[in-house]
Design a protein around this ligand. Structure first.
Ligand SMILES: *[C@@H]1O[C@H](CO)[C@@H](O)[C@H](O)[C@H]1NC(C)=O
Ligand SMILES: *[C@@H]1O[C@H](CO)[C@@H](O)[C@H](O)[C@H]1NC(C)=O
Length: 352
């Protein structure tokens, strides 16, 4: 073993420690081989958790399956929202699941942090309402009759519990020693913005009671929006995200817009520190940087899903592919719909 080898190993180790990433816990979504997280030993074996998250896991075993579902819905929603963009949120089978793309303080990282902080709050709240957990249930603080004349059911979504859990579990890394680093401030801000996307979009859902749905009595409860709505809100915040830098006010460090002419961001907005790469080319040294070769594009769109922008000017090839569709559907008495299968040729464009 040479000194050079040792030095290199040491450097790699240090690099690995520094690239340890606050969103590594999303790897929980990949652990389908681990059964239910039902004992403390399992917490220690979960890849992607930092020590303090392992402690939280041990103290909140029954909540961990919800956290895992949260990780999965965060990844699914990210892939849906980014399906037409150069970076399409594809995951790797390693930690961190989005590769190096989220280790820089970019707009994409801002989105990933926000959506995952929201998804944990969402999944834990869902688990509370469904009666799956001993530690929490419905929010019964909203009760009695409302001024509008309906009755609160007494089983509103307990978003306060979900948000508090997300704050302790997701934010834990940032609240440690690196608390005042730019990046920690950025992550904390975006985590909070993600949770706000649920809190600010709570809705009232109702059910009618009475003879044949006459609605003599209406009971209502506060419910979270569907997660798709949360994803849409955070994606809008991504599109309008603010580039920020650190400023010291007294002894406190804060993030302020880099461009002084921009109006300051609010609690609900996303912030980022560094411009994003163009995501055009595959880069073997940057895990997760897949490039856009092979991506489908839209020949007539001028937006980012259009072949011009998606393929970064490299051009695209076109092939005719057959798609099978349902067509000439007829309603039959009673009660079913019968369709034919139609084949048609469509052009499909793929980036070079
Ligand atoms: C993202 O695009 C790559 C090609 O660049 C493709 O291999 C991958 O399947 C896509 N991922 C998703 C989630 O659509
Ligand atoms: C392609 O883009 C055009 C213009 O934006 C849009 O009208 C059309 O629906 C898109 N086609 C597909 C297959 O998405």
């Amino acid at each position: 073993m040479t000194a050079g080898y040792l030095l290199r190993s040491l450097l790699l180790l240090i690099l690995a420690l520094f690239s340890a990433n606050a969103s590594n816990w999303l790897y929980l979504a990949k652990l389908s081989s681990v059964g239910s997280i039902s004992d403390e030993k399992t917490c220690e074996k979960l890849r992607g958790l930092i020590q303090r998250q392992v402690q939280i896991c041990k103290r909140n075993l029954e909540v961990m399956d919800a956290v895992r579902r949260g990780a999965q819905i965060a990844i699914d929603e990210c892939q849906y929202q980014f399906r037409n963009r150069r970076w399409n949120c594809s995951t790797l089978e390693t930690v961190p699941v989005f590769g190096k793309v989220v280790t820089q303080g970019t707009r994409e990282a801002a989105f990933v942090y926000a959506i995952s902080a929201a998804s944990v709050a969402f999944a834990v709240t869902r688990a509370c309402s469904s009666g799956e957990l001993d530690k929490c249930g419905c929010d019964r603080n909203v009760h009695g009759f409302s001024p509008e004349g309906f009755q609160w059911s007494g089983c509103s979504d307990n978003i306060a519990y979900g948000v508090a859990f997300s704050q302790s579990f997701v934010d834990v890394r940032e609240r440690g020693k690196g608390q005042s680093s730019n990046r920690a401030l950025m992550n904390l801000h975006n985590n909070e913005a993600g949770r706000k996307a649920i809190l600010n979009n709570m809705r009232v859902e109702c059910k009618c009671h009475g003879v044949s749905g006459s609605c003599e009595l209406k009971t209502c409860w506060k419910a979270m929006p569907p997660f798709r709505k949360v994803g849409n809100v955070i994606k809008e915040k991504f599109d309008g995200a603010t580039e920020v830098e650190q400023r010291k006010i007294g002894t406190t460090k804060v993030l302020v817009p880099r461009n002084a002419q921009f109006k300051p961001h609010t609690d609900e907005d996303l912030v980022y520190l560094e411009p994003s790469p163009d995501f055009c080319d595959f880069d073997p040294r940057t895990p997760g940087m897949l490039g856009t070769a092979g991506r489908h594009c839209n020949k007539t769109s001028k937006a980012i899903d259009g072949c011009e922008l998606m393929c970064c000017g490299r051009g695209f090839h076109t092939e005719e592919v057959e798609v099978v569709d349902r067509c000439s559907c007829k309603f039959h008495w009673c009660c079913y719909v019968k369709c034919k299968q139609c084949r048609k040729m469509v052009e499909m464009h793929t980036c070079r």
